[in-house]
Ligand binder design. Structure first.
Ligand code: HEC
Length: 190
């Protein structure tokens, strides 16, 4: 092969690589909170939250509406980067994924007293911080968040149709802290 031809070929290949890299960078910027949100704004439970996320805190709820009056245990998680962002600014950064894993429970007499611990998963509540109102037509997005509930057996298809009916009323008391009950999560404060 003639040397000048080879270098023309190399330049061509280089240009193709650059264009592909640029196109890839552009798509990855466009995808927002990719482990939980599709490009159309469909929310799912992030696969890796139990191993990759930080546990923010836990609630024990007597007479829980979601566990048919049994004590419910709610374990709340967020990515470590979201915790770091919160510690700096006092609010969760854009793109933060919050997972509230809801458990049925058992209470037994242990050496400490009547002790309640989680048993089976009863469902997942997911919120995704959205400061740019990215999905204005979607009834699962608004008030600065994406909102969805999932039953234990399906982490990809939400049963929530409208966050205003299914979520917002109960979160209004926490309006001053961006609708999140964040006072209960010690790890947000060093
Ligand atoms: C019956 C009232 C009620 C409804 C309905 C409700 N929430 Fe909540 N949610 C709460 C309360 C109270 C807390 C904190 C205490 C707890 O978990 O018991 C909470 C906590 C959360 C958390 C953990 C972060 C935080 O705010 O502390 C997420 C995530 C969450 N809810 C998502 C949702 C989503 C999504 C919906 C709708 C699909 C929803 N919730 C519907 C009352 C409710």
């Amino acid at each position: 092969m003639h040397p000048p031809f080879r270098s023309a070929q190399a330049i061509g290949l280089f240009l193709i690589l650059i264009t592909t890299a640029a196109a890839y960078a552009q798509t990855s910027i466009k995808v927002f909170a990719p482990t939980a949100v599709s490009t159309e704004g469909k929310i799912r439970v992030p696969e890796d939250f139990r191993s990759e996320y930080v546990m923010l805190g836990a609630w024990s709820v007597t007479g829980d509406v979601d566990t048919e009056g049994e004590i419910g245990q709610h374990i709340v998680y967020a990515p470590r980067s979201a915790v770091e962002g919160y510690r700096k600014t006092g609010a969760f950064p854009d793109g933060t994924i919050l997972v509230k894993e809801l458990f049925n429970s058992q209470t037994e007499e242990l050496t400490t007293g009547a002790a309640t611990s989680p048993t089976t998963v009863a469902g997942y509540f997911i919120m995704v911080r959205d400061e740019q109102d990215r999905f204005p037509e979607n009834p699962l997005w608004g008030d600065g968040w994406g909102w969805s509930f999932f039953t234990a057996d399906n982490k990809t298809e939400t049963i929530t149709e409208n966050y205003q009916d299914s979520c917002l009323g109960c979160h209004e008391p926490a309006r001053a802290s961006n609708l999140i009950y964040d006072y209960a999560y010690p790890v947000l404060r060093e």
